[in-house]
Design a protein around this ligand. Sequence first.
Ligand code: SF4
Length: 294
Amino acid sequence: MVREFVEVTVRSVLNKVEGMPFRWSINPYRGCSHGCVFCYARRTHWFLDEDGIDRWSTRIFVKVNAPEVLRRELARPSWRRELVAVGTATDPYQAIEGKYRLTRRILETLRDFRTPASIVTRCPMIRRDIDVLRALAEQAGVVVCVSVATTDPVLAREIEPTVAPPAQRLRTVEHLSSAGIRTGVLLAPILPGITDRPEALEAVVQAARDHGAQFVGHTVLHLGEVTRDAFARYLARRRPHLVAQYRSMYRGKYAPGAYRSAIGRLVEAFKERHRVRAARYLQPAPPPRQLSLL
Ligand code: SF4
């Protein structure tokens, strides 16, 4: 598959967010080479007149000046050091990060301005930045969420074609967690009729616990603009027997409330059974208190 990387410069990188547990987000890239069939961020391509289905994973925009712009934004006297979520609409550790190192430089900037952060990724490359994560944890607090939708590597390859296998992601959780970084697993998204068997959900919760995850969060698939079409195409190609079920379940963006509540109860029961802490998953641990000599 040919990928095109388009370097762009941006005027701002901190996006204000409403209705989430964080007020600010940063996405160093637009588009994501992983091309997961369920990716809800596809619409960010579409907003800017790009094709969010075929080109979401093949035409990636690289915000080359993001770290410098962030430094200017955080230096403003009005900046209150609120939690910043990194990677809400792209994977900040997709392969091209190996070349540009934008996410690393963004984390360094957050560290310098003592700003707490949460990071969501599916990629083991985050291990490269363990030194910066540690420093950020000490200066301001950081939390890492590694997304794992299933422990089945064959199914993972079907729905997240170029992401590292689940076992490798779980080893990443173990590595970060044992290095003192607050790390958990995001069981997401849960796909009705595909990844939602109780045994499959429990397997993720248990594997998370076995690999030192400090929390488990979960979300059920939602189908907004563009993602709806991309996912319908996937179902028609790979799981045609589910097309009618999804049509009736997803009359709007979200699965029916009763389904989401039932899934929530199941996941909570598995967390209880495997003694996974029920802490709010996007809350970074506060930095250790400085000892005073006085
Ligand atoms: S890794 Fe995340 S951002 Fe990238 S395609 Fe998959 S769901 Fe979307």
